[in-house]
Design a binder for this molecule. Structure first.
Ligand SMILES: [Zn+2]
Length: 447
């Protein structure tokens, strides 16, 4: 009986998946395939070789400390830039962080940014992929002990770097920034500086992907091994929501439809479209208990941002002096990282960034018309700047569903859908002739 049951189940799975058409773009697939576990491992081991990348560590040595690490990252980006026809520009984003709780003195800091300029001059969209290159030992202020930080977060830094190597050879209408930031462990200082700068300089950051702790597949205590799953953390109620916006959520719902949650759903759809044996798990919270990350400063400035982190964490490895105690290995050493897994996560990031940067911009001023009492749903929006979309998908799902369930294709900038806005959730995304989709936009009520 048991076998018969399993057979039935697998038949069901087959027929269900046969209805899903997976359409991959050959160029994106080619780039995905070029992401190399060997390169990722080499980057992680090189970063570990600097002994410590603590934000307050030495900046004068050529071989040890945060100074040597950032110089090496910058030189690597510059090496990748030679294949970009001058389009990949590398810079230090330098600032002085005033003394603080985890900063004993005013400290000059440098993020490393590699900016791949978009080819469409009318299109000002920016997409960011980020990891933090600083590391720490047990004590937050210990700037001299060995702090390998292989998984936290040389793995995320390696994602940014390997993607820059692969993507610099191609061109995209929108701009992509490959970021390695400092000061995360002392208080998200590096990412805060870039987020504030982006706001002050009017960058149109449509999505920021933060990769922090994406290289371990073994869960402490539970013994669970998982090399398929990746968590994506996103805020529900937008971190930067105004009182008025919160009041609207209280009366009409939509607390599960922030722009960051749209990005999380998009990550699942696109990541699983291009990467085999990958489960993107949406976690409906901004970050884990007691922890924060570099997506938070971007959320605070009103940008769309998510955090990717491995499914099961090993807390014996993170923020630990390297040592052996009672037969247990402590410390974030490169031998404990799973480079095939980080390759998978890097490939997922690449597919998301490439699909976004090749797609038209997201529709603007998306509204659901509320002036009539009707059992249909009327939506309207404006075309994005830059490349004109071939059309738009109106997405629909039940209010209790986590993922979009139906897609309606339209070529106009308005649509009337035969399902009630009171009973379903909607969003609109742009799409080009090749099928690259923009992020979906949840409508605001308009009259
Ligand atoms: Zn980290």
């Amino acid at each position: 009986m048991k076998n018969a049951f399993i057979l039935l189940l697998s038949c069901f799975t087959l027929s269900a998946s046969a209805q899903t058409v997976v359409k991959q773009d050959a160029t994106i697939k080619q780039m995905v395939d070029e992401v190399s576990n060997k390169n990722i491992e080499a980057i992680v081991r090189k970063l570990v070789s600097f002994k410590t990348r603590h934000t307050l560590s030495d900046t004068t040595s050529k071989t040890e400390g945060i100074g040597a690490a950032r110089n090496w990252i910058k030189a690597e980006y510059e090496r990748y830039a030679t294949a970009s026809n001058g389009r990949l520009k590398v810079q230090f984003d330098a600032f002085v962080q005033p003394q603080g709780r985890r900063l004993s003195k005013n400290t000059p800091m440098k993020n490393v940014l590699a900016i791949l300029k978009g080819t469409d001059t009318a299109d000002h969209r920016v997409y960011i992929v980020s990891g933090h290159y600083d590391s720490r030992a047990t004590k937050a202020m210990d700037s001299t002990s060995f702090a390998p930080g292989a998984v936290d977060d040389a793995s995320g830094t390696a994602v940014s770097m390997e993607l820059a190597r692969v993507m610099a050879k191609r061109s995209f209408p929108a701009t992509i920034i490959f970021m390695a930031v400092v000061g995360e462990e002392q208080g998200l200082y590096g990412s805060t500086n870039v987020a504030k700068r982006a706001k002050a300089e009017g960058w149109q950051v449509d999505a920021m992907l933060n990769n922090d702790i994406v290289g371990n597949t073994y869960g402490m205590e539970t013994g669970l091994k998982d090399n398929r799953s990746i968590r994506v953390f996103s805020d529900g109620i937008p971190t930067a929501a105004t009182e008025k916006e919160i009041a609207a959520l209280k009366s009409l719902g939509g607390e599960n439809d922030s722009q960051s949650r749209q990005l999380a759903r998009y990550a699942k759809e696109i990541g699983e479209r291009y990467v085999e044996q990958l489960d993107v798990k949406l976690i409906y919270r901004t970050d884990r208990y007691l922890r924060g990350g570099d997506h938070l400063p971007f959320l605070e400035q009103g940008f769309t941002a998510v955090r990717f982190t491995e499914m099961n964490e090993n807390f014996d490895r993170q923020h630990q002096d390297v040592r052996k105690e009672n037969g247990v290995d402590y410390g974030d050493l490169p031998d404990f990282a799973d480079y095939d897994y980080t390759q998978k996560i890097a490939r997922m990031n690449l597919s998301i960034l490439a699909n976004l940067a090749l797609a038209p911009g997201q529709p603007q001023n998306v509204g659901v018309i509320t002036s009539d009492l009707t059992n249909k749903t009327k939506l309207k929006w404006d075309a994005p700047k830059g490349k004109a979309p071939a059309g738009y998908y109106v997405l629909m799902r039940e209010t209790i569903s986590p993922y979009w369930e139906k897609k309606f294709y339209v070529t106009d900038t308005n649509a009337t859908i035969g399902y009630s806005k009171d009973n379903y959730l909607f969003a609109v995304q742009s799409v080009d002739a090749a099928g690259h989709e923009s992020l979906p936009v949840y409508p605001k009520p308009v009259r």
